[in-house]
Design a protein around this ligand. Structure first.
Ligand code: AVI
Length: 345
């Protein structure tokens, strides 16, 4: 399959290249009211399902059920990103804080349930350190705040906002003179396409000053068999996570996707260095999505491309950070996963 075509469809308002990069990358949309969020979901489904090949943006995986399914994925023996990263964070926290001294501000973009940050700060006191959690999901912010409340020496702020807006808020609020560290973990970077990842890191760099840093978690290229097991697990949890997009479209947009009519497929695209997830139509079938003004006939075998998860070589991570204006200080690697600390130049 070729790179996704992000040419605006005749159904969608024409977007600037910047807007397109923002649109297609998870978590970078703006936070809006419930009604506006519904409208945005409808418009994006209309736009992306009208592309060739048909697509659905992976950021819509994370409704309440999707977030719970992702938590389950992170416990599967075949999906090692979460566990390996936690081990690395626990093992190298001392080193990270020593290298970042005097650290006054920690910002986590997309904190999930807060466990990664909790692992990083466990067993140390950080009197008066400001910790900012940035996420579009109020539920994620609540869970992360709960996971961190035992650390009464921290000054905790939650920002229900896109990464961009949240970072800008943090910069505006900043009163301290120490250094800042931005965490972007879990290989969330891999869900951006390469131009989107570059744009995202450049934004992070623009919000920082020289001497601040980013801690980036990135999953590395590994044998295809291992990658396929991680994204098409024998228990079918990832398949459920993928198909939940259709459940969501049925519930929120009045669509009539037949869940049994779409099969989960994960493929390794070696040329683009990414795992792609698709939902493949099992037969020729008609699907209506009233709120998105769509009436589609899927051919048998026709895919909907739902996610790309890019995998890197250690040097790719350095190069990506370098392009954004960061110089790597240290990279810790274990079990096919790299945690890289890089300083803003
Ligand atoms: C959140 N993100 C980094 C996960 C990944 O590995 O791309 C989402 C995921 N998709 C399938 N399994 C997990």
């Amino acid at each position: 399959m070729s790179e996704p075509s992000f040419e605006p469809s005749p159904l969608a308002p024409r977007r600037t290249p910047e807007e397109q990069a923002r649109d297609r990358n998870r978590g970078v949309g703006s936070v809006v009211s419930h009604q506006a969020a519904h409208q945005q979901f409808a418009e994006e489904v209309e736009y992306y399902l009208s592309l060739t090949p048909r697509q659905l943006p992976s950021r819509y995986f994370y409704d309440e059920l999707g977030s719970a399914l992702f938590e389950l994925i992170s416990r599967l023996p075949w999906y090692r990103i979460t566990r390996t990263e936690r081990r690395l964070l626990g093992a190298h926290a001392g080193d990270i804080f020593a290298r970042m001294a005097p650290l006054s501000t920690l910002v986590e973009l997309g904190p999930g349930n807060g466990e990664k940050l909790a692992t990083l700060i466990a067993g140390r006191s950080h009197p008066g350190m400001s910790v900012h959690l940035v996420d579009v999901s109020g539920a994620a912010l609540e869970a992360a705040t709960r996971a961190l409340t035992i650390h009464t020496d921290l000054v905790l702020s939650a920002h229900q906002a896109s990464y961009e807006t949240g970072l800008a808020e943090v910069t505006r609020e900043q009163r301290t003179t120490g250094r800042s560290l931005v965490l972007f973990l879990g290989s969330n970077i891999g869900n951006f396409d390469p131009p989107g990842a570059d744009a995202f890191l450049r934004n992070v760099r623009a919000a920082l000053t020289g001497g601040d840093a980013v801690l980036l978690g990135a999953d590395l290229v590994k044998p295809e068999r291992d990658l396929l097991l991680a994204y098409d697990d024998p228990l079918g949890v990832t398949a459920a996570f993928n198909r939940n997009l259709l459940v969501r479209a049925n519930r929120e947009l009045g669509a009539d996707f037949d869940l049994d009519g779409f099969t989960h497929r994960a493929v390794w695209n070696a040329d683009a260095s990414r795992i792609e997830m698709h939902l493949v139509s099992a037969r020729r079938q008609r699907v209506r999505v009233p709120a998105a003004r769509l009436d589609i006939t899927f051919e048998a075998g026709e895919p909907i491309w739902t996610e790309s998860s890019h995998k890197y070589r250690q040097n790719d991570v350095h190069a990506m950070l370098d392009r954004a204006g960061f110089g790597a200080i240290e990279q810790w690697v274990e079990d096919g996963f790299a945690l890289t600390l890089a300083e803003a130049r």
